[in-house]
Design a binder for this molecule. Structure first.
Ligand code: MGD
Ligand code: MGD
Ligand code: MO
Length: 663
């Protein structure tokens, strides 16, 4: 992002035309980023609660007073229940390595706070695809235009990854066919050559059906599999148990479509599978992703430039690691871990020992994005919970704070940002001074450290020192010089055009694991198999709650970020649910009606869109709006569960049964 500054004020933001992936284009979320920076709702000074918990009434305070209050609250928690009664809560507000969790981690470690298990986003899928490839596999997106068959699975890149979408469009201009697997006709599915619409959480069955179809047609690449995989014969034997017809009935996709897509994928190479995140928010998702990821191997897709299997690029993200700088050695003793998707439970569990007495939240809006929202809100409203929130705006979470501390935006602080999809690091240099009294997260945590009497020299390192330290440990030729001159640098993974044509996977033996040893050792079936979703596959529950609800991201919000901005909100003014005409008719629901959607965890009211964009049996409730946008103040998140995946301890937002009726 290039920023024009005149007299200390940013006047324009634009994409950098020299960046090979983003190519001068800013998406609809950040192309008016200045409206965010200079918004009249920006938090520009500290606030202290002046009303009841969660009422959102505050009075202005000085930094001195606010920090005193923070120190007092944290000390009180430590004295009453020990350091572990402090729970840090942070996620993806910024993914920059400096502002995400460096100084904050040091402070939390030194205080002996509980460790937050941060698995809310991609972990289920990473666990799964790593069981097959050793790490999350990746085909450099800059090679995607070479692909001829592209299978986009549980991913909506037109909305959620527009820069990668550009590369897929380039592939299509070169003649590639695009197939999308999604229970919802997303924007991406709408323009695909073919759209398969399985029941949520049944993707593993669909993939098994596709592999069986490949083998039935004799299209497997036996030579490549024998040379570069483990468990080829065992996989063939396993596929005997999964006739295409059976898989079709498990996932609700027609047999003919499964066979057609599978055979095209095997024949028309280079074939690229790109997994997204939507299909990995179910109990059985890790095994599903591990299974889906075997399909490209079976057809020999890794032989060809542009072919193979891609998910989140963890290899490039690992080139610069913040872990050694987070200083877990500062912990006075071992600490417990709490999963961020179980915030509701830990805040409301009266038997939890020690209890969560203080919550320190930055880069996240758990009041909207954590599952089982009723429990989360109940917890945040506890009178005996001391909550500190670092924020740019009064989000629903900040509204529940005792102390709110104003945070800088990307234009005002230094950061080094890894990518959620391509292979470049970006240096984000401050273009303008912090607005008002806002401070970078690092600076706020330095001040908290000093108020808490922490005097290790690591608490006075500046952001520039942190940047240098990050780059000192970097691999993949990421150098400060290049970052300073061009603003970005590509990770060199030392791979040619076909990274795994000759094997060389990141597993212990370098072979792709169709059969996975560590799964066996963990007591899990080591071969691809169907691990069903929890609620979607629960037939008894389906009697009471016949609809499987999914919560995709919206086009113009980033989770709940940007939902308060005039332009983005204007284009997506109100939440809604999408329901298939047959399901709507059965419930007397018509377009524009208000529906009450409910299950045992909660209920919310929303306008209805009747459309076959939702497959029969599925209710689509896009996420991200704030409380004020919902009638009754709560949306789909009140129905989602805190259940974790069968491996990887990740959330299951899309594994959720509900019923709907006219409100
Ligand atoms: N515009 C926009 N961009 C974003 C974000 C945003 O909120 N808005 N969020 C960012 C973040 S944090 C992330 S993690 C990424 C996420 O990027 P995506 O993975 O694209 O995000 P989702 O919308 O969660 O899921 C993608 C699709 O999966 C579908 N889906 C749901 N359940 C299933 C299932 O069981 N099987 C299959 N096959 N598909 C299913 C959904 O209908 C959805 O269309 O996007 C990032 N980019
Ligand atoms: N139902 C349902 N729930 C979901 C998902 C889903 O698909 N369905 N997706 C999950 C996923 S993939 C993810 S990644 C999580 C995302 O969960 P969060 O990371 O909590 O998502 P956001 O809503 O984007 O909230 C980020 C907050 O950080 C703030 N912020 C931005 N930059 C800074 C900064 O520099 N400093 C500080 N202090 N604050 C900053 C923003 O203003 C914003 O309020 O949500 C999860 N929740
Ligand atoms: Mo995410």
């Amino acid at each position: 992002m290039l920023v024009t500054v005149e007299d200390g004020r940013a006047t324009e933001v634009a994409g950098n035309p020299d960046q090979p992936v983003t190519a001068g284009f800013l998406c609809g979320k950040v192309s008016n980023y200045l409206d965010r920076v200079y918004s009249d709702q920006r938090l520009l000074h500290p606030l202290i609660r002046a009303g009841g918990k969660g009422e959102g009434r505050f009075r202005r305070a000085s930094w001195d007073e606010a920090l005193d209050r923070v120190a007092e609250g944290l000390h009180a928690a430590i004295e009453a229940h020990g350091g572990q009664s402090i729970l840090p809560y942070s996620y993806a507000g910024t993914q920059g390595l400096i502002q995400r969790d460096l100084m904050s981690a040091r402070v939390m470690n030194a205080l002996g706070a509980t460790d937050l298990e941060r698995t809310i986003c991609a972990t289920a899928g990473i666990t799964g695809v790593s069981a097959t490839h050793g790490i999350s596999p990746e085909v450099d997106p800059e090679r995607w235009p070479k692909a001829r068959t592209i299978l986009v699975w549980g991913w909506n890149p037109m909305s959620t990854a527009p820069h990668l979408w550009r590369l897929l469009l380039e592939a299509r201009r070169n003649g590639a066919r695009l197939v999308v697997v999604d229970p919802f006709r997303s924007r991406t599915a709408r323009v695909a050559d073919e759209h398969l619409s399985p029941l949520p959480g049944t993707d593993g069955a669909l993939a098994l059906g596709m592999m069986r179809a490949v083998v039935d047609a004799g299209l497997q690449d036996e030579e490549w599999c024998r040379a570069h995989t483990t468990g080829y014969d065992e996989l063939l034997a396993r596929l005997e148990d999964y006739p295409v017809e059976h898989c079709a009935s498990l996932c609700g996709v027609e047999r003919e479509a499964i066979v057609r897509v599978a055979c095209d994928f095997a024949r028309d190479s280079p074939s690229l599978l790109r997994l997204g995140l939507g299909g990995q928010r179910h109990r059985g998702a890790p095994i599903a992703y591990r299974t889906i990821a075997c399909l490209p191997a079976l057809v020999g897709a890794w032989r060809h430039e542009g072919g193979g299997c891609s998910y989140i690029p963890t290899a490039t993200a690992a080139a610069v690691s913040d872990v050694p700088l987070q200083r877990s050695d500062l912990r006075p003793s071992e600490v417990r871990r709490i999963n961020m998707a179980q915030l509701g439970e830990v805040l409301t569990d009266e038997g939890l020992d020690p209890p969560v007495a203080a919550l320190v939240c930055w880069n996240s809006n758990p009041a909207q994005i954590a599952p089982d929202q009723t429990r989360v809100l109940e917890g945040l409203r506890r009178d005996d919970l001391f909550t500190v929130v670092l924020e740019q705006f009064i989000t629903d979470t900040a509204a529940h704070a005792d102390v709110v501390l104003p945070a800088t935006t990307q234009l005002e602080h230094l950061d080094l940002i890894f990518s959620w999809g391509h292979h470049y690091y970006t240096l984000s240099r401050p273009a303008i001074e912090p607005l008002g009294e806002a401070k970078p997260n690092t600076e706020t945590f330095r001040l908290i450290a000093s108020r808490m009497g922490l005097d290790d020299p690591c608490f006075s390192e500046s952001d520039s020192q942190l940047l240098e330290a990050l780059l000192e440990g970097a691999s993949g030729s990421i150098e400060l010089d290049e970052l300073l001159t061009t603003g970005f640098a590509k990770v060199d993974l030392g791979q040619g055009p076909t990274p795994h044509a000759e094997g060389g996977f990141s597993t212990a033996d370098g072979r792709l694991a169709l059969e996975t040893r560590w799964l066996h050792d963990a007591g899990v079936d080591p071969l691809p198999h169907y691990d069903p979703p929890a609620e979607v596959a629960d037939e008894a529950l389906a009697v009471r709650y016949p609809l499987a609800m999914i919560t995709p991201k919206t086009h113009l919000f980033l989770n709940s970020t940007f939902a308060n901005q005039r332009r983005q909100h204007g284009a997506q003014p109100e939440p809604f649910v999408v329901i298939h005409p047959v399901d709507a008719a059965a419930r007397g629901l018509a377009e524009g009606d208000r529906a009450r959607v409910f299950n045992d965890r909660g209920s919310f009211v929303c306008p209805v869109r009747v459309s076959d964009d939702a497959r029969p049996g599925v209710l689509v409730a896009p996420m991200g709006w704030w409380s004020g946008d919902y009638e009754g103040g709560v949306g789909g998140q009140v129905t989602t569960s805190q259940r974790l995946t069968s491996l990887g301890n990740a959330p299951t937002f899309n594994d959720n049964r509900v019923e709907a009726e006219r409100a």
